[in-house]
Ligand binder design. Structure first.
Ligand code: GN1
Ligand code: MG
Length: 367
C-alpha cells in the first residue's frame, strides 16, 4: 500500500536506475486499477515498462512472491517458445537489476520489480459473452500450460489465501474486535455471512481428502487480469502472478465468475443492478473447459457452480472483515468503499442461490 511517505516521483526516480535495461526515465503515470500493489507505467529511453512495488501489507514475504513469479514466468516463456508463440506478449517478462536479480529492495525493505510492458487493453466488465469466453479460454489454457509445473516447488505466499473456513474465523475475529467501530452499519451482512458457515468447507476438504486435485493456480482471476490486444479481441497474456500458489481449479473458475458474471461492477452502489448472469456463467464454463484441454476432472466441472458461489462468499467476507478492521488491506477510494463492495458481493451471492438449479443444468449440458 502506498504510505505516501515519499512522493511517487521520488519513488520512481529511485527505483528505475536499478533496472539498467530501462535506460533513463522520461515520464511515468500511476496505474490505480489494482487494490494491492503500487504500479507505474514508466516511459524510458529504451521503451515502456511496468514498475511495481509489491505490497508489504498483502505479502509478508515478498521474496517468496518473486521466487514463484520467476519460476512460473520462465516456465511459461519456454512453453510459449516451444509452441512457436511470442513470449514477449504471451507472458509476463521480468527485467533484471544491476545485480542480476529480478527485484530491487529499497531502503524501507520494500521490493520493486519491472516487467516488459504489454500493450493492449483489459476489461473491467465483459463487453459481451464472447469476450468473456475468450478470457475463460485464456485462464483455462494458463492452467493447462502449468499442469506440468512442479506445484510443490511453489511458495504459499499468502498462507490460507482461499481457505474459506479460515477466512470465516478471521471474520468472527473482526466482528468481535470491531476495531473500526462500524459493526452496527453491517449487521445484516454479518447475519448473512454467519448463516452460511456449514456450506463453506467443500473445496478445502476435497483438497485434503484427495477428491479434488491440487494444481498450480492463479488465484486472482478477475477479467482485468487478462491482457487483450489493443482491439480487445484476442487475449495476449495473463497478468498479476502474485498469488500463484498450489490450489484448486475451482478457485480460478469461481473468482472469474464472481467478477465477470456479475452484471455490475464489484463496487456498484445500486444493488438493483447486481445480478448473476447465467449467460456469462455458461460462456465462461465453456471457454474454461476448452482452454484446460482435458485437464479438469468431471468432479471439478460439476463443482463449478459451487466454486462460483464460494469465491463470491469468500470475497464478500474479506471485504466485510476489512471494513470492520478499518480498511487495513484493500485500497479504498472513499469511507464506505469496503462496505459497498461487501454488499455487492452478497447481493450477487443471493442471486446465485436463487439460480442454483439453472447453473447446475448448464454444467450438466456441458459435460
Ligand atoms: C485483490 O489487487 P487485485 O485487484 O488484483 C485481491 C484479490 C481480490 C480482489 C478483489 C492479493 O486483487 O484476492 O479478489 O482484490 N488480491 C490479494 O477485487 O489479496
Ligand atoms: Mg492481485
Amino acid at each position: 500500500m502506498n504510505t505516501n511517505k515519499k512522493t511517487d516521483e521520488l519513488l520512481v526516480r529511485e527505483a528505475v536506475p536499478h533496472f539498467p535495461e530501462c535506460g533513463a526515465l522520461k515520464s511515468f503515470v500511476r496505474i490505480t486499477q489494482g487494490h494491492i500493489n503500487d504500479t507505474f507505467r514508466i516511459e524510458c529511453e529504451n521503451g515502456t515498462f511496468l514498475l511495481q512495488r509489491v505490497s508489504p501489507v498483502a505479502f509478508k514475504e515478498p521474496l517468496k512472491v518473486m521466487k514463484n513469479i520467476e519460476g512460473v514466468t520462465r516456465f511459461l516463456h519456454d512453453s510459449i517458445v516451444k509452441e512457436g508463440g511470442d513470449p514477449k506478449t504471451g507472458c509476463l517478462n521480468l527485467l533484471s537489476t544491476d545485480r542480476g536479480t529480478a527485484y530491487w529492495v529499497d531502503g524501507e525493505n520494500e521490493v520493486w520489480r519491472v516487467y516488459l510492458y504489454v500493450f493492449g487493453m483489459s476489461y473491467d466488465t465483459p463487453k459481451n459473452a464472447e469476450v468473456f469466453e475468450k478470457a475463460a479460454e485464456a485462464f483455462g489454457r494458463f492452467q493447462h500450460l502449468l499442469a506440468s509445473y512442479p506445484a510443490q516447488d511453489l511458495e504459499e505466499v499468502i498462507p490460507h489465501f482461499h481457505d474459506t473456513p479460515k477466512r470465516f474465523r478471521d471474520l468472527e475475529a473482526a466482528i468481535a474486535a470491531n476495531k473500526s467501530g462500524r459493526k452496527d452499519r453491517c449487521l445484516d451482512l454479518i447475519e448473512l455471512a454467519l448463516a452460511r458457515k456449514d456450506r463453506i468447507g467443500k473445496i478445502v476438504d476435497g483438497l485434503k481428502n484427495g477428491t479434488l486435485p491440487l494444481r498450480t493456480t492463479h488465484n486472482d482471476t478477475k477479467l482485468n487480469n487478462i491482457m487483450f490486444d489493443e482491439k480487445g479481441e484476442t487475449p495476449l497474456c495473463v497478468l498479476d502472478l502474485d498469488t500463484i500458489m498450489p490450489g484448486s481449479a475451482l478457485y480460478d473458475f469461481g473468482d472469474s465468475i464472481r467478477f465477470g458474471a456479475n452484471t455490475a461492477a464489484e463496487d456498484e452502489k445500486d444493488l438493483s443492478k447486481v445480478h448473476f448472469s447465467l449467460e456469462m456463467f455458461q460462456a465462461y464454463a465453456r471457454g474454461f473447459i476448452r482452454g484446460a484441454a482435458g485437464s479438469l476432472t468431471e468432479n471439478e466441472i460439476r463443482l463449478f457452480p459451487y466454486g462460483a458461489w464460494l469465491l463470491t462468499y469468500e470475497c464478500g467476507i474479506r471485504f466485510l472483515s476489512d471494513y470492520l478492521d478499518g480498511d487495513l488491506y484493500f485500497r479504498t477510494a472513499y469511507e464506505d468503499h469496503n462496505l459497498v463492495r461487501a454488499r455487492d458481493q452478497f447481493a450477487l451471492l443471493l442471486d446465485m442461490e436463487a439460480k442454483q438449479s439453472e447453473a447446475n443444468a448448464i454444467i450438466e449440458s456441458l459435460l
